[in-house]
Design a protein around this ligand. Structure first.
Ligand SMILES: *Cc1c(COP(=O)(O)O)cnc(C)c1O
Length: 475
């Protein structure tokens, strides 16, 4: 299997790369995102055989269709090392819970940081360590986080050979629980930089440092952001695992509802569907930052300015643009890289939006690819959290609540709807208290983490300060 960029033109195969070549890369050199040349189709016999596999072995089967430059036994060992009951809490790894007939929650948030990003990031940590050792190289991951991504990256990379993490975050702005999660890590290869500023200051500094190509090369600067293909393909696995738990035979279909921000999670659902997993609908749920809902309703993709990006109580979905969305548009436009380049490279840069509403391709988003969408607000979240607690005695987090609210608007008779649970309520305690008047349940291993010693350096939003810190801590 080889990979091409969403902005690559027609039949220029010379540029196509193998998995491990793009593993440590971000964007393709032409500014596009990597996708496989095709999606392997799963036949009925294979689907039936996969039903009885453990999660780790299912992950191996799916990944091996996309990775041909890691020996099979090594890849299987990496999957088995990653997806253990010890790390993810249960042997099912992603257990399904029924709320009512035909409506389920799939638990993706029982990993080390209690958000679904662990599902892919834990594998990425092991893949990075493996590939860097094989090349005899090192990598310094520089990132910016407002919460979930940074902690998932740190817990995935802690103690890994060849990798260091330098994670910037806005000083004093993450929840006390999120700060404690990150800053209590004592591993020598993890560096927390709390920046006196807001998230955008952090992100601007990361961009500035990465744009200094000489510095980037000298200090082997890399990223782990959500456009990384390895993260996306790791997420494909839990769509299969959810389907197998909700059905008994392959003639049955299910729908998934996915709380969405950067379109990484639901894009993995799209890949699973393209592989032949019997998915009826992929329901995209957004919060007040409804870039994606607007597109699936109207065909208009309109990036928001910072001032128009709302701070909400489902903060991990507070995005101004959906960085993985280009992948879906590439498929929607029958893989016309030339047009994708025009839309994302030129038109978006110039006008901040494009409109496919009158393009015949737009209708295929729902008719052929199964996408529908909806939006949820703070009031909806509170009501959904309350209702779910009262009727089903289940506490759900704010992002999952957005998903559940929108899922109910798209239920179809006879087709199970699986809502992806993307975080546990303890991460967003203030809103749970607002909704229920009680503190969220805290998993045992997180009791008292706010009191642990903190390992963090507070800095000004200054590029040279970050560079100095990295060079001083790179030996
Ligand atoms: C990252 C995140 C999301 C959004 O996922 P995308 O892949 O960006 O669409 C939703 N919920 C939680 C809790 C997250 O951490």
């Amino acid at each position: 299997m080889k990979y091409l960029s969403t902005r690559s033109f027609a039949q220029d195969h010379s540029e196509h790369k193998h998995f491990c070549e793009i593993l440590l890369e971000g964007l393709a050199p032409d500014g596009g995102l990597y996708l496989p040349q095709n999606y392997p189709k799963i036949d009925q016999a294979t689907l039936t055989r996969w039903r009885s596999l453990s999660y780790a072995d299912l992950a191996y089967e799916i990944l091996s269709l996309y990775i041909d430059d890691i020996p099979s036994e090594d890849l299987r060992a990496l999957c088995r090392k990653t997806y253990t009951a010890e790390v993810f809490g249960t042997s099912a790894i992603v257990p399904l819970r029924q709320l009512e007939t035909g409506l389920y929650l799939e638990a993706l948030s029982n990993g080390p940081t209690l958000a679904f990003k662990d599902m892919a990031m834990q594998l990425l940590g092991n893949l990075f360590e493996y590939e860097l050792a094989r090349r005899g190289e090192q990598l310094n991951i520089l990132g910016a986080t407002s919460g979930d991504t940074g902690s998932a990256a740190e817990y995935a990379m802690r103690g890994k050979k060849g990798v260091r993490v330098f994670m910037t975050s806005p000083h004093g702005r993450m929840s006390p629980f999120q700060q404690a999660q990150m800053f209590s890590l004592q591993d020598a290869n993890i560096h927390n930089l709390a920046v006196r500023g807001v998230f955008d200051d952090c992100q601007d500094m990361v961009k500035a440092v990465s744009n200094d190509l000489a510095f980037k090369r000298k200090y082997k600067i890399g990223t782990v952001n959500s456009i990384n293909w390895a993260r996306l393909v790791a997420q494909v696995v839990y769509y299969f695992a959810g389907y197998f738990q909700a059905t008994e035979h392959n003639a049955q279909k299910v729908s998934f509802c996915v709380p969405s921000g950067n379109f990484g999670n639901v894009c993995a659902g799209h890949v699973a569907r393209m592989m032949g997993l019997p998915i009826e609908q992929l329901v995209v749920a957004t919060n007040e930052n409804d870039v994606l809902d607007e597109f699936f309703r109207t065909g208009v993709y309109r990036v928001r300015a910072s001032a128009d990006t709302h701070e909400t109580s489902s903060p991990s979905m507070d995005i101004s643009k959906a960085s993985n969305f280009e992948r879906f548009v590439f498929d929607l436009l029958d893989r016309d890289g030339h047009r994708v380049k025009q839309l994302f490279g030129d038109q978006l840069a110039r006008h901040g939006s494009f409109d496919l509403g009158s393009d015949p391709a737009f209708a295929k988003a729902s008719s052929l690819y199964g996408f529908v969408s909806g939006k949820s607000t703070h009031a909806d979240r509170l009501a959904t959290i309350r209702d779910t607690y009262q009727h089903f005695n289940q506490m759900i987090d704010t992002h999952t609540a957005d998903g559940l609210k929108v899922a109910r608007e798209h239920l179809r008779r006879g087709i199970p709807m699986i809502v992806l649970e993307t975080a546990l309520p303890i991460k967003f305690a203030a809103t749970i208290v607002e909704a229920l008047g009680v503190e969220p349940i805290r998993p045992e291993k997180f009791v008292g983490i706010e009191d642990l010693p903190k390992r963090v350096t507070v800095i000004d939003p200054d590029i040279q300060t970050v560079k100095n810190y990295i060079s001083a801590n790179c030996t």
